[in-house]
Design a protein around this ligand. Structure first.
Ligand code: ATP
Ligand code: MG
Length: 313
């Protein structure tokens, strides 16, 4: 147990696999630690083979960590009683595709002990919720990938868990399908649920995750709040103007610490955020034209790329 109210706690988890009898063990998780706070959408992000699914399997109690500990809602993940509190969508989930969506949900509702007099209503609510009411009685075989993923999410919610784990919920979906899943995930948060998702689709992470951890080759390279890397601290801004004399440009350099990158018909400069307004006013005041103002944005992609390259060194 930890002193904080973390919903998921992973502490120094190491996982070794033995590829085969007598073969050398392969370390896949190198002592990773992170926590997930109540009610947040947590993105566990990393390139293929980084160890995301392995971590999720440890959390789901499907495999045991070689060392270290992991808990959910304060319970060690190898206990079983708390599992009714969690929902799980596996990676590339395979569902019996001769069943209809409604039959599949009924199957999982029975498995997870939903009372028989509540099942039909619960399944109807879920079908509405994931927008599959129209296809409820069609076989899953006839579903598109997006529909199959949505029935998978409904399956993970059938017993109304408070924490939901999703392994690559948007993979293989077109932009529309991804948006549908993103919206579902945001609705889960609106209902007060905590969501943990594995993914490597960075734009989705930026759009839905409150916090992220980046894992590369079995090590956590970065963790933090999404908004921190999107707009933290003092940023720079690239400005391109025309109709400005070299003297005026020199004054920008002196007065506003502008870094001049090209002075000619067009003046290109990089300036601090806080000086942008004054410079633009000066340009317009001297009858110059503003051609472009491009704020530098520290993107998840740059952090991700730095993390991947850092591990490669
Ligand atoms: N049962 C196993 N035996 C041996 N090696 C394994 C086993 N399961 C996973 N691995 C290895 O562990 C590493 C991490 O795999 P994992 O599936 O956790 O990655 P991932 O981050 O989920 O990748 P992806 O984005 O492709 O889903 C890979 O190198 C994989 O080959
Ligand atoms: Mg995986």
């Amino acid at each position: 147990m930890t002193a904080t109210n973390e919903i998921v706690r992973v502490c120094d988890v190491v996982k070794d696999f033995r590829p085969g009898f007598g073969l050398r063990k392969k370390r896949v998780l190198h002592g990773i630690s992170f926590g997930v706070m109540p009610g947040e959408i947590f993105g566990f992000v990393g390139p293929n083979g980084a160890g995301k699914t392995t971590t999720l399997k440890v959390l789901m109690g499907l495999i045991r960590a070689t060392s270290g500990s992991a808990s959910i809602l304060g319970h060690d993940v190898n206990e079983t009683a708390f599992r009714k509190e969690i929902g799980f969508l596996p990676e590339n989930a395979y569902f019996y595709d001769y069943l209809t969506g409604r039959e599949l949900l009924d199957f999982y509702a029975r498995l997870s002990g939903v009372a028989s007099n509540e099942r039909a209503a619960r399944i109807n609510t879920l079908l509405d919720w994931v927008g599959l009411q129209h296809a409820a009685d069609a076989r899953i075989r006839t579903y598109s990938k997006g529909m199959a993923q949505r029935v998978g999410i409904a399956q993970a919610l059938v017993h109304d868990p408070s924490v939901v784990f999703l392994d690559e919920p948007m993979s293989g979906l077109d932009p529309l399908g991804r948006k549908e899943i993103r919206d579902l995930i945001l609705r889960l948060r609106a209902e007060g649920k905590t969501v943990f998702m594995n993914t490597h689709i960075l734009s989705d992470v930026e759009m839905v995750c409150d916090r992220v951890a980046i894992i590369v080759a079995g090590k956590i390279m970065y963790q933090g709040r999404t908004e921190e890397f999107l707009n933290d601290g003092e940023h720079m801004c690239d400005i391109v103007v025309s109709g400005v004399s070299p003297e005026t440009a020199a004054r920008f350099e002196e007065q506003y610490d502008a870094e001049l990158r090209g002075v000619g018909e067009r003046v290109e400069m990089r300036v601090r955020d806080k000086n942008v307004e004054a410079i633009l006013e000066a340009v317009l005041g001297s009858r110059g034209r503003v051609l472009a103002v491009t704020p530098e944005r520290v993107s998840l992609e740059s952090i991700f790329m730095d993390a991947v390259r850092g591990e490669g060194k």
